[in-house]
Design a protein around this ligand. Structure first.
Ligand code: C2E
Ligand code: MG
Ligand code: MG
Ligand code: MG
Length: 294
């Protein structure tokens, strides 16, 4: 608690604030080191067809295992990386790693030709006029078609985006890369940007999925998102699907793709390969209940 007033202000340095600042500085230094020493990893979470549970793609999610603190959540260190100017380096690394992995899985027949790899991109990355060229070169280098890559961004990118960002998005789309709005529904009620920008799909935020099967309101919201997405020709993935009840409620509203613990959390590449090779439904866990398909 900061002492905002009074003569003792500078003398009474708030300990908890001091700790927080020091903690941040330490974490930032550790993150720099982690990046330099290859201590970051990528985990892959399947994106599946709701009806059969078969994988249509995966989302690449960065992981950081700190030597003393253990796993640090990206929800903590990604914002830190943004502030520290490290997000470009981290984001580039994650994307290239994901594209390399995708190329390997395609070559080995682990995934189908139309399997798509999703990678998160931060606003800062999208404000770099060189990004389309870098992505294009990367795809060519690894022999991956642009349509097999999806970039996920938050709504704020389009709402606050600069003219550079706008150009970058159009150039990426021109390449054939898919552009998805992540955490859809949490940011803005003005949806005009969906028409102004070359977005190809939305990911319905977990907060709307969690109440499905119980909350009529959430169901109505999802229904509205489906109607709008259909009208605009956008793909839809539901995020954070944890229960069969949620899955069934989603299917009833017309959503066909989902991602969540019901089918599997994000796992390292070897484990992903093991569980999802050639569209195999999971041998154990949530996937099995879904093998309604072939
Ligand atoms: P996101 O892009 O919305 O990713 C989905 C998050 O939901 C992931 O958290 C995932 O592990 C989690 N999740 C998946 N299924 C379920 C479920 O059934 N229930 C619940 N409760 N959670 C589920 P994670 O991996 O902790 O990542 C958090 C956020 O950090 C991501 O949210 C994304 O915004 C950011 N992030 C992760 N990796 C990267 C990256 O490489 N670059 C950038 N810029 N951001 C990243
Ligand atoms: Mg995402
Ligand atoms: Mg998301
Ligand atoms: Mg989310």
């Amino acid at each position: 608690r900061a002492k905002a007033e009074g003569p003792g202000r500078s003398a009474v340095f708030d300990t908890s604030m001091y700790d927080r600042v020091r903690e941040r500085i330490e974490l930032e230094a550790a993150l720099r080191a982690a990046l330099a020493q290859n201590q970051l990893h990528v985990a892959y979470q399947p994106i599946v067809r709701l009806d059969t549970g078969r994988p249509l793609g995966a989302e690449a999610l960065v992981r950081w295992h700190h030597p003393d603190r253990g796993a640090v959540s990206p929800a903590v260190f990604i914002p830190l990386a943004e502030e520290a100017g490290l997000i470009g380096a981290i984001g580039d690394w994650v994307r290239e790693e994901a594209v390399r992995q995708l190329a390997r899985w395609r070559a080995e027949g682990v995934v189908a030709d139309d399997f798509s790899m999703s990678v998160n991109v931060s606003p800062r990355q999208l404000n770099d006029p060189d990004l389309p060229m870098i992505v294009s070169a990367e795809l060519t280098r690894h022999g991956v078609p642009a349509r097999a890559l999806a970039l996920e961004m938050t709504e704020s990118v389009m709402v606050d985006g600069s003219s550079v960002t706008t150009r970058v998005l159009f150039e990426l789309r021109e390449l054939g890369v898919r552009l998805l709005v992540d955490d859809f529904g949490t940011g803005f009620s003005a949806l005009g940007y969906l028409r102004r920008f070359p977005v190809t799909g939305v990911k319905i935020d977990r907060s709307f999925v969690s109440g499905l099967g119980q909350s009529i309101e959430d169901e109505e919201i999802v229904r509205a998102v489906v109607a709008m997405s259909h009208a605009l020709g956008l793909s839809i993935v539901a995020e954070g699907v944890e229960t069969r009840r949620q899955r069934d409620a989603l299917a009833a509203t017309g959503v066909t793709q989902g991602q969540g613990w019901l089918w599997g959390a994000a796992v390292p590449a070897p484990e992903f390969r093991e569980r999802w090779h050639a569209g195999r439904p999971a041998a154990r866990g949530g996937g099995r209940q879904l093998s309604a398909g072939p």
